[in-house]
Design a protein around this ligand. Structure first.
Ligand code: ADP
Ligand code: ZN
Length: 646
């Protein structure tokens, strides 16, 4: 590109120079005679002083040259006058031995005319060529729109295997087959089998779909191409389709290999549907994808894996046999899965002796693999901030709170009065929880404000429950009212702090009546469960009631009854155990946070001061274990041998 510019500049310079030189030459050799006219011309002809005469018809000019010897006389050699010559004029000239020339146009020099007439055009053409060349040269960019953006990750770089993917055993089993297809396609085609071309991984974000796909490639030892569905969708028409073509070309060149399309719903949405009308460009891209998928044979060893969390919006054509006809569901990990995933991600982090991975797993229901990885990372950051050698249980605790509830708001100014109310409120929840059966035990209680909440009472599920008994549902309502009840019992006044508790309690009560058939109205479903409308479908159905007005009144009455009974029970429990309530609240005001064990100590009658002792003992035994471990393992403190209860 640079050299083109230089060459052009050089040519430009040369042309300009030529013009100047020519003009200089001409002006030197054509010295015009000043003050010349027709009569002087005839005089000169008569005197035989003129050498040549030329008629310029177009400009009605007579130009000519004097004989050199008269140079001095006229102080010039050339002349030019306006005039036309008739027949007599010719005769007159011929009489004096001059044969006049004719010229149709000013031919004052080939170069001059060339420059005057053609230079602008030449320059324009040159500029045009120059711009064209620049576009082409600079535009690897401009011309490579249609190239796919697929990134190739080969097995040498960051190879991932199934070992690194934990807690999704079913999905791994399903994909095992794909691994063996990729390893040895012939084994299957020999018997006339058709190797699947595409696998659709379905699961919510962060469940490890990308990781699984990479692991498949890693296990089979084949190249891994990854591209996101949104990479196909561009502003420019036709780009998506040509990217698809390029992707498949690349794939075939590198066969056997695995092509992974993340977020396929970006291109694979139902054609002709969707909000805001059709999207031609996207449809073209999808069509191209379908065509390409039909066009290649997986016996060539190219297998596609696509990921989505919205299989319901995909175009059915994409899921037809011969395309993405296999579906592998990647669920959010269950308790055991979470424990395994935490195991994978804590492999390289030194864990303190008080870290119980299974307990962390219990406290993180609903976390995806990515969430858990993030949790470990946050914990490592928290530990590093205080220059720790290990990640301790409290670091995980802080990390979890930060991830789930937002950062602590220690700077928030809270009056002593508010603090006291919060302490009793949380103590109320806690005490009610401990006095009822079927509820998850208390994990910790805190009055440090966090996110929207002034205080938090956290429970820790012991197992993953899939169903709920009527007694447990009722007890949950009592537990939720524990906070409000404590305010009433202690202060004889109530605050707004229970808003969220009331909302949740009401929701449970309503579902007991309307969904679960847990009231005297019997096992009737009054509301469809799980009919959450999502964009584009089932719109405008909410608010539709499938029961009569009188039934509605009965429902409301039942809900109220459950709520009122629950609240009364909470008040009763707290009135009966007011001493324990006091001591829990005082401990909270003193320490701000207390854990489940400390809660039990206090309820069993321990004094607030005994907590200090308990904490010191725990710290000491922690240090002892850590020291012993360090001694044993030398300098490597990463002895993640399993949980140690202290
Ligand atoms: P998705 O593609 O489903 O959105 P990713 O595969 O990108 O999720 O997961 C993001 C990260 O979360 C992974 O790089 C991995 O570190 C972690 N992760 C997710 N699921 C698992 C799992 N089952 N086992 C181990 N790590 C996981
Ligand atoms: Zn509350």
């Amino acid at each position: 590109m640079r050299s083109t510019q230089k060459t052009l500049a050089l040519w430009f310079f040369l042309v300009i120079m030529a013009v100047f030189l020519f003009q200089a030459y001409e002006s030197k050799h054509t010295k015009m005679i000043g003050d010349f006219n027709y009569s002087k011309f005839t005089e000169a002809v008569k005197a035989n002083e003129v050498a040549t005469v030329t008629f310029r018809q177009d400009s009605s000019e007579i130009v000519g040259e004097m004989k050199p010897e008269f140079d001095k006389k006229y102080s010039g050699t050339h002349f030019s006058i306006i005039g036309n010559v008739q027949d007599e004029g010719f005769k007159f000239l011929e009489q004096h031995g001059i044969t006049p020339n004719y010229e149709r146009a000013d031919n004052g020099g080939f170069f001059q005319s060339l420059i005057v007439n053609w230079l602008p055009l030449i320059l324009i053409v040159a500029m045009f060529l120059f711009i064209m060349r620049q576009i082409q040269a600079g535009g690897g960019k401009a011309m490579s729109f249609g190239k796919s953006r697929a990134r190739l990750l080969t097995e040498h770089k960051n190879r991932v295997t199934f070992k690194e993917v934990a807690g999704v055993d079913e999905a791994k089993e399903d994909l095992q087959e794909i691994v063996s297809f990729l390893k040895d396609p012939k084994k299957y085609t020999k018997l006339g089998g058709r190797i699947p071309k595409g696998v659709l991984l379905v699961g919510s974000p962060g469940t490890g779909k990308t990781l699984l796909a990479r692991a498949v490639a890693g296990e089979a030892g084949v190249p891994f191409f990854t591209i996101s569905g949104s990479d196909f969708v561009e502003m420019f028409v036709g780009v998506g389709a040509s990217r698809v073509r390029d992707l498949f070309e690349q794939g075939k060149k590198n066969a056997p290999c695995l092509i992974f399309i993340d977020e396929i719903d970006a291109v694979g949405r139902h054609r002709g549907a969707g909000m805001g009308g059709g999207h031609d460009e996207r449809e073209q891209t999808l069509n191209q994808l379908l065509v390409e998928m039909d066009g290649f044979e997986s016996s060539e060893g190219v297998i596609m894996i696509a990921a989505t969390n919205r299989p319901d919006v995909l175009d059915p054509a994409l899921l037809r046999p011969g395309r993405f006809d296999r579906r592998v569901i990647v669920n959010k990990p269950d308790l055991k899965g979470r424990e395994q995933i935490l195991g994978v991600h804590t492999r390289k982090t030194p864990l303190g002796p008080d870290v119980d991975v299974s307990k962390i797993a219990r406290g993180t229901p609903g976390f995806s693999g990515a969430d858990l990885e993030n949790l470990v990372n946050e914990a490592a950051l928290v530990a590093a901030r205080t220059d720790k050698k290990y990640l301790e249980a409290e670091d995980f605790e802080k990390a979890k709170d930060k991830v789930t509830m937002g950062a602590e708001r220690r700077s928030m100014v809270i009056s002593d009065e508010d603090k006291k109310v919060t302490a009793y409120h949380e103590a109320g929840h806690t005490l009610v929880n401990r006095k009822l059966s079927g509820l998850d035990p208390i994990h910790k209680v805190t009055i440090i404000p966090r996110g929207m909440a002034l205080g938090v009472t956290q429970t820790l599920p012991e197992k993953e429950s899939v169903s709920l008994s009527k007694t447990t549902a009722e007890n949950m309502i009592v537990f939720l009212f524990g906070g409000r009840a404590a305010e009433e019992v202690v202060f004889k006044d109530i605050t707004t702090g229970a808003g969220n508790d009331i909302e949740r309690a009401t929701s449970i009560a309503r579902r007991m009546v309307c969904e679960w058939g847990m009231s005297k109205l019997g096992p009737l479903a009054f509301e469809k469960s799980g009919s959450e409308p999502f964009l584009g479908m089932q719109y405008g159905h909410s608010g539709h009631k499938e029961y009569s007005e009188s039934k509605a009144e009965e429902i409301d009455a039942e809900v109220s009854k459950i709520i009122n009974t629950g609240y009364a029970q909470a008040v009763q429990i707290l009135t009966d155990h007011k001493t324990a309530l006091e001591s829990l609240a005082l401990a909270l005001l003193e320490y701000e946070t207390i854990d489940g064990h400390e809660v039990d100590m206090l309820i069993n009658g321990a004094a607030v001061s005994e907590i200090e002792k308990y904490r010191n003992n725990r710290r000491e035994s922690f240090n002892a274990i850590a020291a012993a471990r360090e001694k044993k393992d030398g300098n490597d403190p990463v002895g993640n041998s399993g949980p140690v209860t202290v």
